[in-house]
Design a binder for this molecule. Sequence first.
Ligand SMILES: Nc1ncnc2c1ncn2[C@@H]1O[C@H](COP(=O)(O)OP(=O)(O)OP(=O)(O)O)[C@@H](O)[C@H]1O
Ligand SMILES: [Mg+2]
Length: 465
Amino acid sequence: MEEEVLQVNVNLRIAHSPEQKAFIECTALRQVIRAGRRFGKTVAFSIKAVKAFLGICPKCDGTGCDYCDLGKVTPKRVLYAAPTAEQVSKFWFEVCTALKDCIDAGVLRKDETEKIIERPGTEQRIKAKTAWNANTLRGDYADLLGFEEYQLMNEDAWDEVGQPMLLDNNGTAVFIYTPPSLKSEGVSKARDPRHATKLYQKAKQKEEDGDKNWKTFHFTSYHNPTLSTEALGMLSEDMSLEAFRREILAEDDEIQLSWLVYNAFKDICKVKRFEIPSNWPVITGHDFGSANPAALVVAQAKLPLPEGAPAGLRYGDYVGFREYSPGAGFSSLQHIEKFRDMTKGYGVEQSIGGNITNEGEIRQLYGAHGWPISAPILTRVNAQIDRVIGLMEMNKFYIMDDMFRVLGQIASCMWILDSENKSTNKIKDEPKYHMLACLRTMVTYFNVDRPFLKQGVDKVKVSIW
Ligand SMILES: Nc1ncnc2c1ncn2[C@@H]1O[C@H](COP(=O)(O)OP(=O)(O)OP(=O)(O)O)[C@@H](O)[C@H]1O
Ligand SMILES: [Mg+2]
């Protein structure tokens, strides 16, 4: 008898970025994704799960490719395990939304209590459960198994239950995690708090050795284009540099803070956005380069402080309030238009950027178009960096907490280490830190001998008789 062909509507979300798409389409038997908070890990796995459950080809979305049979693959039985009920609810909501029409039409059956959606009369199903170790995971079987927040689970969930479960049917395991920060340590059920990191490293090694069964992914929170800068700002509120590295950048190499060039930057200097008063003098820093031009806009504080300003801010302190990194393909005139937009309503006292020796021509070009830029006063990069560190040590440099490019670079720029893991005075991949180049060139103008603010008082007109 010919099998009945059934047409159903599925509401599948489209990947929000090439990064998320690559993960959704991956078919390796062991996949490890390390990504920042709110990257879209749970949504991505829910898309994977729905496709696998319905037998839609993960690579071509059903249109047909050399991986599938006219868009179809063998439907799978999916088990999703997360250590917190919150994550389970999020996943459950996503799969129920995707499959709503099929459930309403009675093609699929949903059990809300057990969190199961199944195709009656078959082995096909999606089940979501709260699990954090072998005992809580036991009792189910699947051929696509997803571990969410894997860093918080006990290792025995995989060793004792997950792995044997997949052996019979050559199933797929997906490990999802965000590097743990001190904040999350309390709730972890892991024996070794770094077990997920170790698994990632093992997978990466296998991948590099050409083993097609293993695939790793590493994404930061800001690879998610659906998140607004406000949302990202709220997410990283009160995060230390260390937590920011782990939970937003998803970096989990065990580093010592002393390896970070800008470890002097303190948490209290990352502040909630407030309106910079129009009478605060503004300075802009620039980094040229056709692929990754960048600019940073900084204001210098005056008293009285406006509403919303951090209490610790003092007269003369600096506040980074706009960052600019448009990518390649813009002319200097287009950049200048943006610089004008970003500084609209403010008095720009000076613009600084580039290096002294060979970027004079570019500066001249900007000058000719009406945006004069001066060369930094100090030539040596390390001397410029010393100035920045000095400001940071004195808590004189503040940044709005939604400025992810600058913050991300501060949290990842490292010294090259010597054979004993001690910091040298050379910076690893220095040319890629374009925002920091803006910062270090502009601070050469910030010093006691050349204050931007005229010391003392502003000239004011008063009538005395
Ligand atoms: N493909 C997509 N299309 C539209 N929005 C998406 C997509 N993927 C994720 N999002 C949105 O991005 C936000 C974060 O997604 P998600 O909850 O999957 O992230 P996460 O990495 O699991 O976060 P957490 O670290 O909090 O668990 C949500 O608001 C979600 O709706
Ligand atoms: Mg999640």
